[in-house]
Ligand binder design. Sequence first.
Ligand SMILES: NC(=O)c1ccc[n+]([C@@H]2O[C@H](COP(=O)([O-])OP(=O)(O)OC[C@H]3O[C@@H](n4cnc5c(N)ncnc54)[C@H](OP(=O)(O)O)[C@@H]3O)[C@@H](O)[C@H]2O)c1
Length: 200
Amino acid sequence: MRIAIIGAGNVGGGLGAGFAAVGHEVVFGVRDPDSSKTAAALNALPDARATSPSEAIDGADVIVFALRWDAVPSTVAALPSLAGRIVVDAMNRFDGDPTRSTTQDLVALVPGVKVAKAFNTIGFENYATARERTTPAAMFVAGDDPDAKRVAMGLAADLGFAPEDAGGLANTKALEAMVVVWFALTQAHGRGVAFAISRG
Ligand SMILES: NC(=O)c1ccc[n+]([C@@H]2O[C@H](COP(=O)([O-])OP(=O)(O)OC[C@H]3O[C@@H](n4cnc5c(N)ncnc54)[C@H](OP(=O)(O)O)[C@@H]3O)[C@@H](O)[C@H]2O)c1
């Protein structure tokens, strides 16, 4: 798959490394290809390239948003229409309306987008190492669009996570709350800790 990752910071770079390691083509869409974060992401990923967000999404099978939320409205406004495009939202937001997730706001901002939330309930260091775990980490995926969910769950599986259908768009704020719990767990277990499903 050709994956456009909008943002090449901790999350964008980490996901890019993970996706490239399993054979996906990664293109970063960034505001500044020379920023220190973009340079670090590219250093770790010699086959990837960084360009503008508009160029990055051209021909991409899936678009992953890995920006700070406050950069999303202006970034989206400068893009061609995303109607019908498959988007994975890896972001969290802890300010603004406490009842609304970044995913819900993305759906409102981009009419017709096909979006699922994923990769937001764990620290970025864990994306490229998921395959090394003795117990697979769960990756919760939520959203109302079945195509976007299928793609996000497939990408999670590619990285070595156990993808879990966490329900519809209404549950995406709950996924953002889960990372608050994840942060609390890191106090005892470090940033390698992850959620997993125990079956009875
Ligand atoms: N850190 C984690 O472990 C983690 C895990 C899961 C989810 N998240 C969520 O994922 C999102 C990204 O987090 P992160 O840790 O990757 O952040 P980060 O390392 O600070 O990276 C942010 C990215 O956004 C870009 N950006 C910032 N302001 C911008 C603007 N005004 N216009 C365009 N681009 C802008 C940065 O570009 P420049 O290089 O040009 O500054 C960079 O590519 C956040 O919503 C966060 O809550 C984080």
